[in-house]
Design a protein around this ligand. Structure first.
Ligand code: SF4
Length: 84
């Protein structure tokens, strides 16, 4: 399957998915980035589920992997910071 036209190539020549995921984990720690379901107002912790019905596996993965093995990003357009 080819990459959709609207999706940028996030893994440049010479980079690896593992290295980019490691850099993202470092950035999350350094800047306290909030992006996962655990940080979202729609997350239901006791059921480890999204109250909107989306799957949460990718955004709750430990260790954090913002890119999957194909280099495609995991993100949620419905994310709502829990503290807002
Ligand atoms: S809205 Fe998105 S980020 Fe929030 S809990 Fe559901 S799947 Fe996770």
């Amino acid at each position: 399957m080819s990459r959709p036209l609207f999706q940028p190539q996030l893994v440049a020549a010479g980079e690896t998915v593992a290295a980019l995921n490691a850099q993202f984990r470092a950035d999350v720690a350094a800047f306290r980035l909030q992006f996962s379901c655990r940080d979202c107002a729609y997350f239901w912790p006791s059921k480890r589920a999204c109250t909107l019905g989306w799957t949460v596996d990718a955004l709750c993965a430990e260790p954090i992997e913002i890119l999957d093995e194909k280099g495609e990003p995991a993100f949620c357009k419905a994310f709502e910071p829990a503290g807002s």
